[in-house]
Design a protein around this ligand. Structure first.
Ligand code: ADP
Length: 507
């Protein structure tokens, strides 16, 4: 249940992300700090070893001048505590010379190797450079410990020399870091420090990082919870509103405080959908009410006719009359139910039997001509001007539109009037116009003529058998063809119905 909640999922993800990032960052900082501190420690030890090395080499040889008496660059570097690139010793005079193995390659001078000794004070001076603390020791080439600091571990074994290396080496032992170097003659100098302060600093840094990380995590999760609660509140409101609407409160809408936010826009779309649903629901209810009302009248007529016929014995003539009346009423009911069925199918989107190329000009011309006797019988002039205009659609349904419009025009035009039917074709599509010089439609009725069951003179038209569904069916058929139907009319002048259909395109 918890994992299904979006809020908890967000929190979990945020938690994972924060823990991952913070742990990674913390570890990196911790490691970096450790490496940097150890690097500094190593550099200090190297400087000290270099200084000690110089002190030892200064004391070796036939002209022991000591560190203090050294001149030239080697002495300078030693005094500055810089690391010496290679061992140098004082030779003769002030001129330093590289001290490599003697030319005979034995590592011994002709009079034997000079004995290692440390000039007075040089050891202390070498130890004085760099940060205080630490320990140091010097061994002679025979492995005899010459000097060592008082500080430092009690046991201070001489390091083993790797080959004949004169490089600096490090060794870690018992929590100590030691740097040592052998001179060319085999004397050994060593400087070391305890790693404890470094480890303590690392531990302190670890705790500090963990503390800061925990605070950031708590802040991040708290902020995330607050944000997700705030962001999801409208969703909760939408759910509650949708529940009320589905419970029957169709006029209920979702209140939005931030209409431009993502959820606000969603609420806007849902509100628009609810508007349309409510309108459709109201239309549907009115349609059902109207349909029931329309059917009740002929049903009442049928019942009255049948009851009065059965109330006493009638002559065959009277029975025949009753049967004619009931037949007419039943036919009216059938027309009505057929129209209702057709509208229902068009509403559902399967009102068109086929979508094939149709020449609206041909269909309109033929059907208008078929109605000519009706027009002539009413003393009307019928003008038909049609040109080929092809659309994709259902020829029978489009014919129904033509018949309804032309029949209405004939119906609502008094004798002596004129009815015009014409079609036109353009690149966009085709145009069908049915115009009459009839009674026209009142301005207040114009917006409603395509509504279901609308009749300008309701009572009279119903009595004449008009259902008020003809134009509603026309509109449904035209819209099923992606077209539009419109009307212009003025009372006493006439009406003009225009149908626009899109041009024939591949289905
Ligand atoms: P019916 O004709 O069955 O009443 P329609 O849907 O065809 O239903 O028409 C609806 C109403 O529109 C009619 O009752 C009439 O008042 C009006 N009407 C339709 N066509 C015309 C027209 N050509 N001239 C004047 N009024 C018309």
């Amino acid at each position: 249940m918890v994992i299904r909640s979006i809020r908890w999922r967000l929190q979990l993800w945020l938690g994972f992300l924060l823990v991952g990032v913070l742990a990674g960052f913390g570890l990196m900082v911790h490691q970096l700090q450790g490496v940097t501190q150890r690097g500094q420690l190593e550099e200090d030890l190297e400087r000290r070893v270099a200084a000690l090395n110089l002190a030892v080499r200064g004391g070796a040889g036939p002209s022991p001048g000591g560190l203090r008496s050294m001149g030239g660059p080697a002495g300078e570097e030693a005094r500055e505590g810089r690391r010496m690139p290679g061992p140098v010793v004082r030779g003769d005079g002030d001129r330093p010379r590289p001290m490599g193995p003697p030319p005979d390659g034995t590592g011994m001078s002709r009079s034997g190797p000079p004995k290692a000794r440390i000039p007075e004070g040089a050891f202390e001076e070498a130890m004085a450079g760099g940060p205080p603390g630490g320990h140091a020791a010097v061994w002679s080439r025979e492995g005899v410990l010459l000097r060592r600091t008082e500080a430092g571990p009690p046991d201070l074994p001489i390091p083993s020399r790797p080959g004949r290396s004169t490089q600096m080496h490090f060794r870690d032992r018992d929590g100590l870091l030691e740097c040592y170097q052998f001179t060319e003659l085999g004397d050994c100098v060593l400087a070391g420090r305890s790693l404890q302060p470094l480890k303590r600093a690392q531990r302190r840094l670890g705790w500090n990082l963990a503390g800061v990380g925990a605070a950031v995590l708590a802040l991040g999760l708290g902020g995330g919870w607050w944000l997700s609660t705030r962001a999801l509140r409208p969703v909760e409101e939408i759910r509650a509103a949708a529940e009320r609407i589905s419970g029957g409160a169709l006029s209920e809408r979702i209140a939005t405080t931030e209409p431009d936010s993502e959820v606000g826009r969603l609420a806007g779309v849902l509100n628009a959908t609810f508007d349309r649903l409510e309108a459709a629901f109201v239309r549907q209810r009115r349609f059902t009410d109207d349909a029931a009302h329309e059917l009740r009248t002929p049903l009442a007529v049928l019942l009255v006719e049948a009851q009065s016929a059965l109330s006493r014995d009638r002559s065959p003539e009277e029975y025949r009359e009753t049967l004619h009346a009931t037949l007419a009423t039943a036919q009216q009911m059938r027309r009505l139910t057929d129209s209702l069925l057709q509208l229902a199918r068009l509403d559902e989107g399967d009102g068109l039997a086929s979508t094939l190329p149709v020449d609206v000009g041909e269909v309109a011309g033929a059907l208008a001509e078929a109605l000519r006797p009706l027009a002539v019988g009413k003393g009307l002039q019928l003008e038909v001007h049609t040109v080929a205009a092809r659309v994709y659609g259902d020829a029978e349904r489009l014919g129904q539109v033509v018949t309804n419009l032309v029949a209405n025009a004939i119906q609502y035009t008094p004798s002596g009037g004129i009815v015009k039917v014409r079609t036109a074709a353009s690149e966009d599509g085709c145009l069908l116009v049915v115009q009459d010089s009839g009674i026209g439609i009142a301005a207040e009725d114009l917006p409603h003529v395509f509504d279901r069951f609308f009749r300008a003179d309701r009572a009279r038209r119903r009595a004449e058998g008009h259902s008020g569904l003809g134009l509603a069916i026309c509109r449904a058929i035209v819209e099923a063809h992606q077209g539009r139907i419109s009307v212009e009319s003025a009372p006493g002048v006439g009406s003009k119905f225009t149908v626009r259909l899109p041009a024939a395109k591949a289905a």
